[in-house]
Design a protein around this ligand. Structure first.
Ligand code: PLP
Length: 239
């Protein structure tokens, strides 16, 4: 059973790795400049352990407390992984997430900046952050569950993260809006990232690209890819 799962993960991971390498070659980029994060949400810590055995160093999670439990299990198993929190962060869970996340990709509002900063201070660790942008041109759901700051609010959120004592602004992130051309979204993200680094030179990370659009993300200059289904298989619906 375990052997079957290792083989399945190894096969799928190798296929994704080939896609990333091909995309880097096509874009004239070095493979070393693109980090592959395997997003393991809904899958058990045992899968994370198998992936670690296959050479995965960076793992993404999207929900608390599921993420916290898995981090604890993997730490107890002696694994050293970099944990990326990529999902929407509820303000009242920010302090917990600040304890175990190494890089939070989804900072998108001032209240969350303050909650993460307070949590990081309490945990006595500086927390790396990306500001998530919502590039959906339709206004649909601006107040709904969708995450990401609007372009209009981006400067204020960036400034707040950069000014927070216990947070370190590392860059930007987006999820390509549904029914849109991901290449266009990722090009816009890269252009905004370039503007940002003029003011915040250390914030040079660009997180973009998932199972279906990692090639477009690499072409647009993404430094971090967040790939779930293509490695782990289709997830049961989250809600
Ligand atoms: C789940 C998730 C991913 C991975 O998506 P796949 O389509 O499974 O590759 C990437 N980013 C975020 C924010 C996610 O929630």
């Amino acid at each position: 059973m375990n052997d079957d799962r290792v083989n399945e993960l190894a096969t799928k991971l190798a296929r994704v790795e080939q896609r990333v390498q091909a995309a880097c070659e096509a874009a004239g980029r070095s493979r070393a400049d693109v980090k592959l994060i395997v997003v393991t949400k809904t899958y058990p810590a045992t899968d994370v352990q198998l992936l670690s055995g296959l050479g995965v160093t960076d793992v993404g999670e999207a929900r608390h407390p599921e993420a916290g439990r898995k981090v604890a299990e993997c730490v107890a198993a002696g694994l050293h992984l970099t944990w990326h929190f990529v999902g929407a962060v509820q303000t009242n869970k920010a302090a917990n997430i600040a304890r175990y996340a190494d890089l939070v990709h989804s900072v998108d509002r001032l209240r969350l900046v303050h909650a993460l900063d307070a949590g990081a201070q309490r945990a006595e660790r500086v927390l790396d952050c990306l500001v998530q942008l919502d590039l959906d041109p339709s206004d649909r759901g601006r107040t709904g569950q969708r995450s990401g700051t609007s372009i209009a609010n981006l400067p204020a959120v960036l400034t707040a993260v950069a000014a927070a004592d216990w947070l370190r602004l590392r860059g930007v992130m987006t999820v390509a809006p549904p029914r849109s051309d991901p290449a266009e979204s990722f090009d816009r993200l890269s252009a905004l990232a370039a503007e940002m680094t003029a003011e915040h030179p250390a914030a040079d990370l660009v997180s973009a690209g998932m199972s279906d659009d990692l090639e477009q993300a690499v072409a647009a200059g993404a430094t971090h890819l967040r790939v779930g289904r293509a490695v782990l298989g289709e997830r049961p619906s989250l809600r």
